[in-house]
Design a protein around this ligand. Structure first.
Ligand code: SRM
Ligand code: SF4
Length: 566
């Protein structure tokens, strides 16, 4: 097979995957090498498929160099949790691992997963084994495969929500790599000599050209930002029953400064299918991308570019061929918001759920706000489970009246009671960025809370504190906090400097547009104040900020990804 491949036309990663023997690489040797806290170069790529990234503490970078020391290498471990649901036992295990092997924090990601940061090479195996002990894993949380499948996180727990959550798990299982490398390397399961018995019925030996992301949503809530996903299924309900799904393809956020051929893109609705056809559609969309995606240029390899290069009609036709049947026409759907609805809600079954704002998705104990301790005690004593949302928040789900009281009391005891938040802060997302992300040009998670406080001062003067406005910041244009869908978006350009984007909408169906470049904090506030003042005085009834800035001509609507400019 390899003889027929012209490797010179493909990206280096293609050869690496092919030669990795179904994702084994030289990981075993790398882990055993006592000389360095790093793993071999090739293994830094292959290990992603196992759910981890080699990183270094960027705060210490200069000092380590000065002292002629190897960088402070450690690993990010990402745990795959389809639909974001975890049991108290799983929560407690992750909480303990954060303290024992990581940096004492748990990161709730924008894709309903956990991340541990700061795990050194010597503890990787132990940590993965402990994760596995509570029936969680990190397989395919990263890498050129289908990633964590997101699902609508409904605090009101309805039958439809449960159906979506189950479907997310089934799709995730179906699209998992089948290699036994993970079990061999991390869980000491018996080695298959040379791995020759392994095969990947869906992916093949080179896996996908690039990462692939999938989400489910239940209108009217777009809390999984379906327009940013490679593939999404939007539930169609009739009389509370899910009768089908609209199929959306080709969304994506990543882009690179100075490369106009890369851009964020909104998904296109292709048609609809029946609930029992979803897994088939998911598999075949992935196969079309596997077979036609660009394997020469990784910056241009996502499904969104395959679709733009060949056209949406070509894609639909090809998909129908792969399926052997045709999608039905699209059905009407309407979203009223993205993000999460915070606070307590009673479900159809009379049980209570609390959606808790977790700033930057970082669960920790800090300055008397001891959220990590509170959640540990809740997990240990309250009858409930947890749902990580796609907006870095957390739902403490399914408690009775007594449980609700206990949760409130425990949050209070640890100084972590939900406070009344501005409509801006409630709708804020910041990616990790510094100090762990190797791609960050600027701060995001560590800075956005302060910037929000400063914008809140303006909002207070304008009587806009309660107005919900979606604000998102990332430390680079890769878009991990989905900033291109925000009403106010910031992308880091350099330390302390950000591009400002305006005009995304509150329901997550419109890309924003560059308003001003390379702004300092002072400049950001100076730019935003007059626009917010205009908004306070001249908005139409119920008009959202993102719609207002377009109506008033502050920015022009970005109608398609290809028109997006940094
Ligand atoms: Fe992301 C790479 C963090 C969601 C687009 N992302 C990274 C890396 C691994 C940096 C790296 O490659 O070295 C970041 C690790 C930082 C750290 O220290 O933790 C990182 N991404 C994250 C998380 C943790 C952000 C967060 O604060 O929550 C999110 C983890 C999600 C998960 O659980 O799987 C995260 N990343 C996203 C999203 C949002 C989403 O999926 O809904 C996007 C935009 C959607 C998309 O993919 O188009 C996203 N991440 C990227 C990209 C750009 C991909 C592209 O098509 O160009 C990169 C860089 C890359 O792949 O080359 C990237
Ligand atoms: Fe890192 Fe950029 Fe993703 Fe932020 S958006 S986590 S800076 S890759």
């Amino acid at each position: 097979m390899s003889d027929t491949i012209d490797w010179s036309k493909l990206s280096e990663m293609e050869k690496l995957k092919h030669d990795s023997n179904y994702l084994r690489g030289t990981l075993v040797g790398s882990l055993a090498n006592p000389i360095t806290g790093a793993i071999a170069d090739g293994d830094t790529q292959i290990s992603k498929f196992h759910g981890m990234y080699q990183q270094q503490d960027r705060d210490l970078e200069k000092e380590r160099k000065r002292q002629k020391l190897e960088p402070a290498f450690s690993f990010l471990i990402r745990v795959r949790i389809p639909g974001g649901k975890v049991s108290p036992k799983q929560w407690l295990q992750m909480d303990g691992l954060a303290d024992t092997y990581a940096n004492h924090t748990l990161k709730l990601t924008t894709r309903q997963a956990f991340q541990l940061h700061g795990v050194v090479k010597w503890y990787l195996k132990k940590t993965l084994q402990k994760i596995n002990d509570v029936l969680l894993d990190t397989i395919a949380a990263c890498g050129d495969v289908n990633r964590n499948v997101m699902s609508h996180a409904n605090p009101a727990e309805s039958a439809a929500h449960k159906e979506l959550a189950d479907l997310a798990r089934q799709i995730s299982e179906h699209l998992l790599p089948k290699t036994t490398a993970y079990h061999e390397i991390w869980l000491d399961k018996q080695l298959i000599a040379g791995g020759e018995k392994d095969h990947e019925p869906i992916y093949g030996g080179r896996y996908l050209p690039r990462k692939f992301k999938l989400a489910l949503a239940l209108p009217p809530y777009n809390d999984t930002d379906v327009f940013s996903q490679d593939l999404a299924f939007i539930a169609i309900q009739e009389k509370e029953k899910i009768v089908g799904y609209n199929v959306l393809v080709g969304g994506g956020m990543g882009s690179t400064f100075g490369m106009p051929e890369t851009y964020p893109r909104l998904g296109n609705v292709l048609g609809s299918c029946k609930p029992e056809q979803v897994i088939d559609v998911a598999e075949k969309v992935l196969l079309v991308q596997r077979d036609y995606g660009d394997r020469s240029n990784r910056k241009h390899a996502r499904l969104k570019y395959t679709i733009d290069n060949r056209g949406i009609d070509w894609f639909k036709n090809e998909l129908n061929n792969y399926l052997g049947w045709k999608l039905e026409p699209e059905r009407e759907f309407q979203f009223i918001r993205n993000g999460d609805r915070l606070g307590w809600i009673k479900g159809e079954d009379g049980q209570w759920s609390l959606t808790l704002f977790v700033e930057g998705g970082r669960v920790r104990d800090q300055n008397g706000h001891n959220l990590k301790s509170a959640l540990r005690e809740i997990a240990g004593s309250v009858n409930c489970y947890f749902i990580l949302t796609g907006n870095q928040n957390l739902i403490i789900a399914n408690t009775g009246e007594e449980g609700k009281k206990e949760v409130n009391a425990l949050l209070k005891k640890h100084g972590a009671s939900p406070s009344v938040l501005s409509g801006l802060r409630q709708n804020s997302i910041a990616c990790v960025a510094l100090n762990t992300c190797g791609l960050a040009f600027a701060e995001a998670e560590r800075y956005l809370p302060d910037l929000v406080s400063k914008v809140e001062n303006i909002l207070d003067r304008l009587n806009l504190r309660k107005q919900e406005i979606v604000i998102r910041m990332t430390g680079c244009p890769n878009g991990c906090g989905r900033p291109y869908l925000a009403e106010i978006g910031f992308i880091g350009k350099a330390p302390g400097k950000y591009n400002l984007y305006l005009g995304g909408n509150f329901i997550g169906t419109r890309l924003n547009t560059l308003y001003k470049e390379t702004l300092s904090e002072e400049e950001i506030l100076r730019e935003l104040e007059p626009i917010l003042t205009d908004y306070a005085g001249n908005r139409l009834k119920d008009e959202y900020f993102g719609d207002f800035v377009i109506r008033k001509g502050y920015v022009k609507e970005t109608k398609q990804g290809r028109d997006f400019r940094h």
